[in-house]
Design a protein around this ligand. Structure first.
Ligand code: DLL
Length: 430
């Protein structure tokens, strides 16, 4: 039987949902216009007043907001309530210089937690479950989001955070964890470790809620087989709240978007034109219930397809495919956002010319990051001390480890057009 956290909302007939979204949108547009100079200026420049927005049919009239706007407005420029009404921030892993910081009121946290509670219940979770959260805690939204969702469901919550595999497995066996929440690559790693230790018969897991990075159906199949569980996808982004913007149900054919909080559109990334259902394009979200940091028509840069075909789980909310790629060059490696520009910055600061190549792969279900760099003058290829130094600098910039290979000069192929700096060997669906 399908479990819902909020059956009334999750199975709400479409017409009613549209009405609810329209009412909330009208209110939200007024809220941002009155309280955020950035939106007021943008709407004024576009000749739009809050009174022109009567419902979701008018959404397309509003200007977009992009990641660069968020960086420009850092830290308080997009805050729609007084800072003293906020109780939390979360942040993205950040690029060079400015990070993106999202603010939450207590109400915002409650709604976000509910979104994650819906995801946990869609994966079969109840208060009898032991929810093992191995997403990172801290500025990253993964840990705090699933933690809050698990509390709302009433499950016993294990706030493990990531890393320390021995401790993960100890708690998993001693406390009988039944639902695992982490990145798919970490789930695969845990599965391997369980096999190596021969403790599979002590594991009580029945489901996993995996997201924050791209993963394939093949990987899902492997994880399901090796852990003996059902693996559910979950999607979200810091700017919009965190995990739980959308999540999979028992049907496992796309992720239901929590439409009572987020209106989704698909646009042509080149022209900004709204595309009809079923077409692939850039996903855009409008937050209609958030108080502190409500983004209006935020361009996620994730490419996907939406469908409103009825779902066997009974949920009426629109479904999105897994992200099929990104409009920009952000890579998600082991769940962490990495931009080539960050790597370039480190190399440039050290006086390396821009002859480098980033090779991303997935070996034994774990992402690998290799950086091939041509030596600068005075350094020999393969200089171990220099490679070690660069590894440390990259780790501090990116937050994850990379392998560095110092190669002879002129050994990296030059391109006549745009340079090919990133070689992503991970096979993803298109
Ligand atoms: O990754 C939030 C999250 C935490 C989602 C835990 C799911 C589970 P950010 O660090 O801001 O937030 O990264 C957001 O990660 O725009 C996508 O490109 C990518 N992403 C997130 N979930 C998925 C997924 C969190 N299920 C960016 N599949 C997004 C593929 C995903 N990519």
């Amino acid at each position: 039987m399908e479990h819902y956290y909020n059956p009334e909302i999750e199975t709400m007939p479409r017409e009613e949902m549209k009405k609810l979204q329209s009412e909330r949108l009208v209110k939200q547009v007024k809220h941002v216009y009155d309280n955020v100079k950035f939106y007021r200026d943008k709407m004024d420049a576009a000749g739009i007043k809050p009174e022109d927005i009567h419902g979701i049919e008018d959404l397309h009239k509003l200007p977009f907001i992009e990641k660069d706007d968020l960086r420009d407005q850092y830290p308080y420029g997009l805050l729609a309530v007084p800072v003293e009404d906020c109780v939390r921030i979360q942040s993205t892993s950040g690029t060079t210089g400015r990070r993106v910081v999202a603010f939450y009121t207590q109400h915002d946290i409650d709604l976000w937690d509910e979104c994650c509670a819906r995801a946990i219940m869609a994966a079969g979770g109840t208060k009898e479950d032991v929810v093992h959260v191995s997403y990172g805690y801290g500025l990253f939204t993964g840990g705090p989001g699933l933690n809050g969702g698990s509390h709302k469901v009433g499950s016993l919550t294990l706030p493990m955070s990531s890393g320390n595999t021995d401790r993960q497995l100890q708690f998993m066996t001693d406390l009988g964890s039944t639902i695992l929440c982490c990145t798919p690559s970490y789930a695969a790693y845990l599965a391997e470790s369980i096999k190596e230790r021969g403790i599979k018969d002590q594991i009580k897991l029945k489901a996993g809620i995996f997201g924050a990075e791209p993963w394939t159906e093949e990987m899902r199949h492997d994880i399901e087989q090796s852990l003996g569980i059902k693996a559910y996808d979950i999607y979200g982004l810091t700017e919009i709240s965190g995990p739980g913007v959308s999540f999979e149900c028992s049907e496992q054919k796309g992720m239901h978007i929590n439409e009572d909080h987020f209106i989704a559109e698909i646009i042509n990334p080149e022209t900004g034109e709204v595309l009809p259902e079923g077409e692939k394009g850039e996903l855009v979200f409008t937050c209609i219930t958030k108080e502190a940091f409500p983004l209006i028509r935020y361009r996620t840069r994730d490419l996907c397809v939406l469908t409103r075909k009825p779902c066997s789980c009974g949920r009426t909310h629109v479904r999105m495919t897994k992200p099929l790629g990104r409009t920009d060059d952000m890579m998600v490696i082991r769940g962490v956002n990495v931009f080539p520009s960050q790597i370039e910055t480190v190399l440039m600061q050290d006086g390396y010319p821009s002859n480098y190549q980033i090779v991303v792969d997935r070996v034994n279900n774990t992402d690998t990051l290799d950086i091939n760099i041509e030596v600068k003058d005075g350094i020999q290829p393969g200089d171990a001390a220099e490679e070690k130094k660069l590894v440390a600098q990259l780790k501090s910039m990116l937050g994850i480890s990379a392998r560095v290979h110092l190669l002879p000069q002129k050994s990296i192929v030059r391109s006549e057009g745009k340079a090919v700096r990133i070689i992503d060997k991970r096979k993803l669906h298109d």
